[in-house]
Design a protein around this ligand. Structure first.
Ligand code: ADP
Length: 220
C-alpha cells in the first residue's frame, strides 16, 4: 500500500529565519501554514505560503482555532522576543504537536526551550558561526558537523591523496577519514571507491571524527 506522509508544517514567526525556512519547504512541495503577529509581514507573504495567518501565538486558544494541534510538525521561529518564544513553544507542546523545532538566540534561551520539552532546538547564529570558523581558518569549502563528534567536509584534495588509487594512498589508515566523493573541476561529484584516483585540483568530500577531518583539511 502506498504510504502518504502528512506534508504539513506550521511555521510561527515569519522573520528572516522563519520565512527562509517556510519558502524552502514550499519549494520542496510541502504545505506551510505561516503565523505572525505582524500585519505587514502577513500581507507581504500572503501569496508565498499555502496559508498565512495574522495571530498572536502566545494565545493557546488561537493556536487551537488555527488547527495547529493537528499538524505533525511545527517550528517556532520567534527569536528576539524570548518570552513569546517560550510561551509559544510551551503552547505547542501542550497542544501535543509531535515534532517541534524551536529557534533560540542564546544558549540560555536554548536551554529553556530544551527543558520545556522542545524536540529540536536550533541556534542558527551560534551554529553558523562555528561552521564559518572552519571555512575561514582552513581549506574547507563546506563543513557539516553531526552529533557524536562526526563531520562531513568538502575540501580541495591534499597532495598526499592524489595520483594513486585511494586504497594505496592510505588516507583512512593515516588520517582516519574516509573519502566518499570526488569532483573534477567542472564535473559532477561521483562516489569514491578504492580504485578512485584523485587528481591534484579535485574537490573531495570526506567523513570522520571531527578532529580527524579538521586535521585532514589542514594538509596541503
Ligand atoms: P529573525 O531574526 O529570523 O528575523 P525575529 O525574532 O526578529 O527573527 O522575528 C520573529 C518573528 O516572529 C517576527 O516577524 C515577529 O513578528 C514574530 N512574532 C513575535 N512574537 C510573536 C507572537 N507572539 N505571535 C506570532 N508571531 C510573533
Amino acid at each position: 500500500a502506498e504510504h502518504h506522509r502528512d506534508q504539513r508544517v506550521a511555521v510561527v514567526g515569519l522573520g528572516r529565519f522563519g520565512i527562509s525556512l517556510a519558502e524552502e519547504l514550499m519549494r520542496r512541495g510541502w504545505e506551510v501554514l505561516g503565523v505572525d503577529s505582524d500585519e505587514h509581514l502577513v500581507q507581504q507573504h500572503r501569496d508565498t505560503l499555502t496559508h498565512v495567518v495574522l495571530a498572536d501565538a502566545t494565545d493557546e486558544v488561537v493556536l487551537r482555532q488555527l488547527g495547529i494541534d493537528e499538524f505533525p510538525r511545527a517550528v517556532v521561529a520567534i527569536g528576539t522576543r524570548i518570552e513569546a518564544s517560550i510561551l509559544t513553544t510551551s503552547n505547542l507542546l501542550e497542544l501535543g504537536v509531535p515534532n517541534l523545532w524551536a529557534k533560540a538566540i542564546s544558549r540560555q534561551h536554548g536551554k529553556i526551550l530544551e527543558r520545556l520539552g522542545a524536540h529540536h532546538v536550533i541556534l542558527p547564529e551560534h551554529e553558523m558561526g562555528e561552521r564559518v570558523a572552519h571555512l575561514v581558518t582552513g581549506r574547507m569549502l563546506n563543513f557539516i558537523e553531526f552529533d557524536d563528534d562526526y563531520a562531513l567536509v568538502k575540501t580541495v584534495a591534499p597532495q598526499s591523496t592524489t595520483g594513486m588509487p585511494l586504497s594505496e594512498s592510505g588516507v583512512r589508515r593515516r588520517h582516519g577519514v574516509t573519502v566518499v566523493g570526488v569532483k573534477r573541476p567542472g564535473e559532477q561529484f561521483t562516489h569514491a571507491t578504492a580504485e578512485t584516483v584523485v587528481q591534484p585540483g579535485d574537490v573531495i568530500v570526506v567523513t570522520g571524527r571531527t578532529s580527524a577531518v579538521e586535521s585532514f583539511a589542514d594538509l596541503t
